[in-house]
Design a binder for this molecule. Structure first.
Ligand SMILES: *[C@@H]1O[C@H](CO)[C@@H](O)[C@H](O)[C@H]1NC(C)=O
Length: 402
């Protein structure tokens, strides 16, 4: 009880500080008219791919009411961008709008994306795979295959009918053997274009957790509490804040390789995080990262090991691509009409308690506690570019496994 009361005091304090900094921020905005949050081509690209990712996540989350959902959106951006290289001007602008590139005005868009992908392709940030598999019934234009290969270093591949092993081997090899069994069956015989994207992420903390794997309770929405392995540490340095509108407490935990995890923990036990999901954007997270305050907490996190796969094709309509899906105008790929027949995606993620630093010593336990013991939302962000690397909603961790 005492801990809760203190957290409330802390919350009031935090919201007071936030309110103050908001007032200050408003004044600054008024003075300078306009504050650019994203100033370099790289951070603008990071914001565009993130906004695409949040839109895709919202579409998936609203379709999968009450379920766990995970995405590595950057790999989806990558494969759909490859596809856009085969589109007519009109179709390309439809795709660019969905991918949020229309705001960039970047004549070197493909080079900027290529650099971003190279910058985050590091074990500890993520291992991404993105490739197009095209029906062998199509007469493929060699120029297109070469164009994509020269730009992104991966050549779209003709589907030969029995592709399961070849696709799964390629995805496995691209992800350091971590994403296995990508396809459960061959692509359908009459398929057109299949967009393949996958990613592996291993969370490496800056500050290690002293305790890991001990079973603890996790409250699920409308059900009996479940028992899951947790990692715990006292006096853990985080950045923290309370969002009274969204009714959640937010913590940012620093990871190695200039990556951080943002946790959004609703005050109540609920699997309905619609309001929170609706507010997510590159700008919101960037603003947030500047208002969170350093704190030492007693931190408890579920030990996540998860594998998740989904065909994202049915979600593209929610991203304004309904018309495009009916008439893809992928005229640079083939003279014949090319239908997009799947957008398969798979993510694997592991969180271990290891870190390269020990938490600060203190004889007294932290007064504040941050226990992620009920449904929550999290995201992993590359701090250098601001790009959203992973995002997930955990409603019930018991079903999660690799
Ligand atoms: C989720 O909560 C929102 C309000 O935040 C409400 O409008 C919506 O109906 C809820 N959805 C479900 C499935 O309960």
């Amino acid at each position: 009880m005492k801990g809760t009361a203190l957290l409330l005091v802390f919350a009031v304090l935090l919201s007071f500080c936030q309110a103050q900094s908001e007032t200050e921020a408003e004044e600054t905005v008024a003075e300078e008219e306009h504050v650019e949050l994203f100033t370099t081509t790289q951070t603008k690209m990071g914001a565009a791919t993130s906004d695409f990712g949040y839109n895709l996540f919202r579409a998936l989350a609203s379709q999968e009411v009450g379920n766990n959902v995970f995405l590595a959106p950057l790999s989806v951006s990558a494969v759909l961008t490859q596809l856009s290289m085969g589109a007519s001007k009109h179709a390309q602008s439809q795709l660019f709008r969905a991918l949020r590139y229309h705001t960039l005005q970047d004549p070197q868009l493909h080079d900027t994306l290529k650099e971003l992908l190279a910058a985050v392709r590091v074990p500890g940030k993520g291992l991404f795979a993105a490739r197009l598999y095209l029906s062998r019934r199509l007469q493929l234009k060699q120029d297109f295959l070469a164009l994509v290969e020269n730009q992104y270093g991966v050549r779209p591949k003709a589907v030969l009918g029995k592709d399961l092993k070849e696709v799964n081997d390629w995805v496995s090899q691209q992800t350091g053997r971590k994403v296995q069994g990508f396809l459960a069956s061959n692509f359908p015989r009459n398929s057109g274009a299949n967009a393949v994207s996958a990613a592996y992420f291993q969370g490496k903390w800056v500050t290690r957790f002293g305790q890991s794997g001990l079973m603890d309770t996790f409250q699920v929405d409308n059900g009996a509490p479940v028992s899951i392995p947790m990692m715990k540490q006292d006096n853990y340095p985080v950045k923290m804040g309370v969002d009274s509108d969204l009714q959640c407490t937010i913590a940012q935990v620093q990871m190695q390789n200039d990556v951080s995890m943002f946790l959004f923990l609703p005050d109540d036990v609920t699997s309905n995080m619609t309001q929170l999901e609706e507010s997510l954007s590159a700008e919101f997270v960037q603003d947030l990262s500047m208002t969170l305050l350093p704190a030492q907490v007693s931190l408890a996190l579920p030990v996540l090991r998860l594998s998740y796969s989904k065909d994202l094709l049915p979600l593209l309509g929610n991203l304004g691509l309904s018309d495009w899906l009916l008439n893809t105008e992928l005229e640079k790929i083939s003279r014949q009409p090319v239908r997009l027949s799947s957008v398969r995606h798979k993510v694997v993620m592991e969180m271990a308690p290891e870190g390269n630093q020990y938490p600060g010593f203190s004889s007294a336990p932290s007064h504040l506690s941050y226990r992620v013991d009920r449904p929550f939302l999290y995201l992993i962000r590359d701090e250098t570019s601001g790009a959203l690397l992973f995002i997930g909603r955990v409603v019930n961790p018991t079903g999660l496994t690799i």
